[in-house]
Design a protein around this ligand. Structure first.
Ligand code: FAD
Ligand code: MLT
Ligand code: ZN
Length: 483
C-alpha cells in the first residue's frame, strides 16, 4: 500500500501521533518550514510531516509504520548538509524524521577512551561531554554547534583535524541503527578489536541515511592536549603551502592537528563581511596557512618546534610573514579567520561549491589548474579555494563575478562543477571529499564510480532497503530502465 490518498495520509499521521505523541508530529507549515529547506537554500521540499521520536523504540515503530504505508523517510540531524542530503522531495509524500529529541550523552569512559552518545546530540555537546571527563573528541567542523552526531556519521564528516585523527568513520567503535524494516540493530560495542564478520557499522557511516537511521554511537576519544600552538602564515604561493605542510609533517607528525589553506581573496571576503576580525599582518599576502600543533605530552616544546619550522620556511622563502597566538583568545581569533569563510562567501553573493580531494602532493596543481579552467569558462568568476590542504581536500568554491545576476550564475552550476571535476579527474582525485553526494552530486556517481563499484552499491541498497524508502533520491542516481 502507498500513502497516496488523503485518507491514507490521515491514517498514517494518526498512527505516527500515537507513537511519537501529538507534539512529536509537526504538520503546521510554520513549524515544519525550517526542516524543509537546506542550509544553502538550494532545495525546498514538502513533507507529509516532520516526526520527532523521543527514543529508539518509538523511531523503530515509526519506521515500521512508514514502511507499511510505502512512505519515504528522510532522516535529519542539524540540517547543515552542504549537498541537500536532508531535504525531502517536492512531491510532499515523504516524512522527515528529526533525531533532535534523542540527544543524550549516555556514557563517557575515560579508561576505555569512549563516548556513547545518541544521534541527536550536537557535535559540540559531545565534545563538551568528552572534555568534562578530561578527554578529547577529536573531530571539529565549523558547523559543530548545529550538526548532530547522526548527521556527522551519516556524512562521514571530515573537518579541521582529519589530518591527525582521520574522518568521522575512523572514530566509530559501535553503532545503533534502525533498519529499513524497523528492526533495531544494537551494535553499541566499545571494542578495539572485533573481527566478527562484515563490518556493518562502516556500511552506515557515509551512507547519508540511505541504508538505515543511526540512533546512537560509541566514539573513540583521545587524551586532552596539554600544549597547543596556533600560527597564521602569509605565503607567496600554493606550492609554498605544500612545502610548509611537508616541513611540519616531518618535524613532528604526531603534533600537527590542523593545516588549513586560505587564499588572499577568501581572507579578503572575511575581512569585508565579518565583524570583529582582523588580519594580524602589516600587509595582506596572496595565500595563507593556519596551523595548529597540539599534544598531550607535557613539556613537549611545541613552541620551539613551530618557531624553528617557520624560521626555516622563511629562510627558504616559503613563508612571508607569520604570527603565533599568545593566548586562548588569540588562538580563537586566528581560527575565526578560517571558520568564517563559508559565511563570508555567502554574504559576498552566489557561489558554487566544489568539495573535492586530490593526493596531497597535487593540491597546488589543483588550485592553479581549476582556477584557470573556471576563469576561461566564466570571465570575471572568482575562485575562492580554501580548506583542508593537509588532507588534499580543497573546497574549490567559485564566487559570482561582481555585479552578476546571482540566479544566472547559479544556473551555470553544473557547467562549473563539471569543469572543476575534469581537473580533479586529471589529478587522480575525487569529486566528493567530505560533504557527501546528497541530491547535489548523485548525478556524477555513474561517471566516477560506474561499473562494478556502482553495481555493488546498488546491491547493498536493495539488500538493506528493498522498498527504496530510506532517503529516496539521495546518493544513488535513479536506475536506468530495465531493457
Ligand atoms: P544533516 O544535514 O541533517 O544530514 C546530512 C545527511 O545525513 C543527510 O543525508 C541525512 O539524511 C543524513 N542523516 C542525518 N542524521 C542521520 C541519522 N541519524 N541517521 C542516518 N542518516 C542521517 N562537513 C565536513 O565534513 N567538514 C567540515 O569542515 C564542514 N564544515 C561545515 C561548515 C559549515 C558552516 C556548514 C554549514 C557545514 C559544514 N559541513 C562540513 C557540512 C555538514 O555540517 C556536515 O556534513 C555535517 O556532518 C552534517 O550534520 P547534520 O547533523 O547537520 O546532518
Ligand atoms: C569548511 O571546511 O569550512 C566547510 O566544509 C566548507 C564549505 O563551506 O565548503
Ligand atoms: Zn571542510
Amino acid at each position: 500500500m502507498s500513502a497516496t490518498s488523503t485518507a491514507d495520509s490521515a491514517a498514517l499521521l494518526d498512527a505516527l501521533r500515537g507513537i511519537a505523541g501529538a507534539a512529536g508530529v509537526l504538520t503546521d507549515p510554520q513549524d515544519t518550514a525550517g526542516y524543509l529547506q537546506d542550509w544553502r537554500k538550494l532545495y525546498r521540499g514538502r513533507a507529509l510531516a516532520v516526526v520527532r521520536p523521543p527514543d529508539t523504540a518509538a523511531l523503530a515503530a515509526i519506521v515500521r509504520r512508514c514502511a507499511a504505508a510505502g512512505v519515504g523517510m528522510v532522516p535529519q540531524g542539524g540540517n547543515t548538509s552542504m549537498a541537500g542530503g536532508a531535504t525531502p522531495s517536492e512531491d510532499g509524500r515523504q516524512v522527515v524524521i528529526s533525531l533532535a529529541r534523542m540527544n543524550r550523552v549516555r556514557d563517557v569512559d575515560p579508561v576505555d577512551f569512549s563516548l556513547t552518545v545518541e544521534a541527536g546530540a550536537t557535535l559540540k555537546a559531545a565534545q563538551d561531554a568528552a572534555a568534562a571527563a578530561g578527554c578529547l573528541l577529536p573531530l571539529s567542523i565549523s558547523a559543530e554547534g548545529s550538526a548532530q552526531i547522526g548527521g556527522v556519521l551519516a556524512t562521514n564528516a571530515g573537518g579541521n583535524t582529519t589530518v591527525r585523527f582521520g574522518n568521522a568513520r575512523d572514530l566509530v567503535l559501535g553503532l545503533e541503527v534502525v533498519l529499513a524494516d524497523g528492526q533495531v540493530w544494537n551494535g553499541l560495542r566499545r571494542l578495539r578489536k572485533d573481527n566478527t564478520g562484515y563490518c556493518l557499522r562502516q556500511l552506515f557511516v557515509g551512507a547519508e541515511g540511505t541504508l538505515g537511521i543511526i540512533t546512537a554511537a560509541v566514539l573513540k576519544l583521545a587524551p586532552q592536549p596539554r600544549e597547543v600552538e596556533v600560527a597564521l602564515c602569509g605565503l607567496p604561493s600554493p606550492e609554498a603551502a605544500l612545502a610548509l605542510f611537508t616541513r611540519l609533517q616531518r618535524s613532528d607528525p604526531a603534533a600537527l592537528v590542523a593545516f588549513e589553506y586560505m587564499s588572499g581573496i577568501g581572507i579578503g571576503f572575511v575581512l569585508r563581511h565579518i565583524q570583529g576580525v582582523a588580519l594580524p599582518f602589516a600587509a595582506p599576502a596572496p595565500h595563507y596557512a593556519l596551523i595548529e600543533l597540539a599534544t598531550p605530552r607535557a613539556e613537549a616544546g611545541l613552541r620551539t618546534v613551530l618557531e624553528e619550522a617557520l624560521t626555516a620556511a622563511m629562510d627558504e622563502g616559503d613563508v612571508l610573514d607569520a604570527v603565533i597566538a599568545e593566548s586562548g583568545a588569540q588562538r580563537a581569533a586566528l581560527w575565526r579567520l578560517r571558520e568564517e569563510h563559508t559565511e563570508a562567501q555567502a554574504r559576498e553573493g552566489a557561489s558554487v561549491k566544489n568539495d573535492v580531494s586530490v593526493p596531497v602532493s597535487r593540491t597546488p596543481e589543483l588550485i592553479r589548474r581549476a582556477t584557470a579552467a573556471c576563469e576561461a569558462l566564466i570571465p570575471g568568476i572568482r575562485a575562492v579555494p580554501f580548506g583542508h590542504l593537509g588532507d588534499g581536500n580543497i573546497h574549490f568554491n567559485l564566487e559570482q563575478p561582481p555585479g552578476a545576476d546571482p540566479a544566472a550564475f547559479l544556473a551555470q552550476s553544473h557547467a562549473i562543477m563539471d569543469t572543476v571535476a575534469e581537473v580533479v579527474r586529471g589529478l587522480d582525485g575525487s569529486f566528493s571529499a567530505e560533504h557527501g553526494l546528497g541530491r547535489l552530486k548523485s548525478y556524477m556517481l555513474p561517471l566516477w564510480r560506474g561499473g562494478a563499484e556502482l553495481d555493488a552499491m546498488r546491491r547493498i541498497k536493495h539488500a538493506l532497503d528493498p522498498l527504496g524508502l530510506m532517503n529516496p533520491g539521495k546518493v544513488l542516481p535513479e536506475e536506468p530502465p530495465a531493457e
